[in-house]
Design a protein around this ligand. Structure first.
Ligand SMILES: Cc1cc2nc3c(=O)[nH]c(=O)nc-3n(C[C@H](O)[C@H](O)[C@H](O)COP(=O)(O)OP(=O)(O)OC[C@H]3O[C@@H](n4cnc5c(N)ncnc54)[C@H](O)[C@@H]3O)c2cc1C
Length: 258
């Protein structure tokens, strides 16, 4: 929250210059988030009249946006970014950031200057997971992808803490929607066991996400991440209705925790 508020203030004060959006490392939470950040920043700066003097560049180690969802969706987002004058630099990793000089130092040695940086920091699993004896090498927990059981009896894991392989050598994205669906499955199965019923709830790998595009519009991607061949994800035509649906979704969630 602190980072988000700081970014909002910095964007409000930004008079123009080089804006860099950086994905530092994989995996990270919410595959759409850095692209949404670029779209939203572009729209905000345009509204404020600061767009003409601004370049927006995205640096990411990914081969294309949201690779888990496949190349068709990636191509569609790449086209939308280009249409908004946002330069995408896929397959480019940042080695370190020199905030004093305002420079990204890429792994291939190139130095890239920036005036404002919106960065996705490196993600790592909490120490409690790393030292649990249940984690894979990267610190996250392998689980049965249908009932979320870990290697230890009666220990389950859901959400971002897990590492769930899917087709194509990829992993299920770290997204709240999955965390919620997985938690529902685990809760139902624990309740079943406690009441002498068969624990038959299964997580099916289906999911969806809104992609905010700025200007009050969003796109919507949905599909089956557990398809045996490759995740089958469809991107719906962007429009105001998807943005309104996201606002409604948020209001629904906030109302659940008054
Ligand atoms: C900018 C952004 C946009 C996103 N947008 C979307 C979206 O549109 N849709 C979507 O589905 N998902 C989205 N996500 C992803 C979503 O927020 C996460 O996938 C989701 O929060 C994962 O839930 P979780 O409970 O597994 O983990 P978390 O929400 O990270 O919760 C884990 C909790 O454990 C706590 N914790 C850590 N270590 C310890 C410890 N040792 N002891 C006690 N507590 C500990 C942490 O403080 C944290 O509160 C977004 C994420 C970001 C960053």
């Amino acid at each position: 929250m602190e980072g988000a508020v700081t970014a909002g203030v910095a964007l409000d004060r930004f008079e123009g210059g080089r804006l860099a959006v950086v994905v530092s490392r994989l995996p990270y939470k919410c595959p759409a988030a850095p692209y949404e950040a670029a779209f939203l920043a572009e729209a905000l700066l345009r509204r404020r009249g600061a767009r003409d003097g601004t370049t927006i560049d995205i640096y990411t180690p990914e081969p294309y946006p949201m690779p888990t969802a496949g190349p068709i969706l990636g191509d569609a987002l790449t086209t939308m970014l280009a249409a908004r004058g946002i330069a995408l630099h896929p397959g480019r990793s940042v080695e370190r950031i020199d905030s004093t000089a305002g420079e990204l130092i890429l792994t291939d040695g190139e130095h890239v200057g920036y005036d404002l940086l919106l960065g996705v920091p490196p993600h790592r699993a909490p120490e409690v997971l790393r030292s649990s004896g249940l984690a894979a090498e990267n610190g996250f927990l392998p689980v049965d992808r249908e009932n979320m059981a870990t290697a230890a009896e009666h220990v389950f894991a859901v959400g971002d803490a897990t590492a769930i392989p899917i087709a194509g050598g990829k992993f299920l994205p770290k997204a709240g929607l999955f965390a919620e669906a997985e938690a529902d499955v685990v809760a139902a199965n624990i309740a079943a066991e406690l009441t002498g019923r068969s624990p038959s709830a299964r997580f099916d790998g289906k999911g969806a996400c809104f992609v905010e595009l700025g200007d009050g519009k969003a796109a919507f991607a949905a599909g089956d991440f557990y398809d045996a061949e490759a995740p089958k994800i469809r991107l719906r035509r962007p429009g105001r209705h998807w943005h309104l649906a996201k606002v409604g979704f948020e209001k629904y969630w906030m109302s659940r925790w008054p």
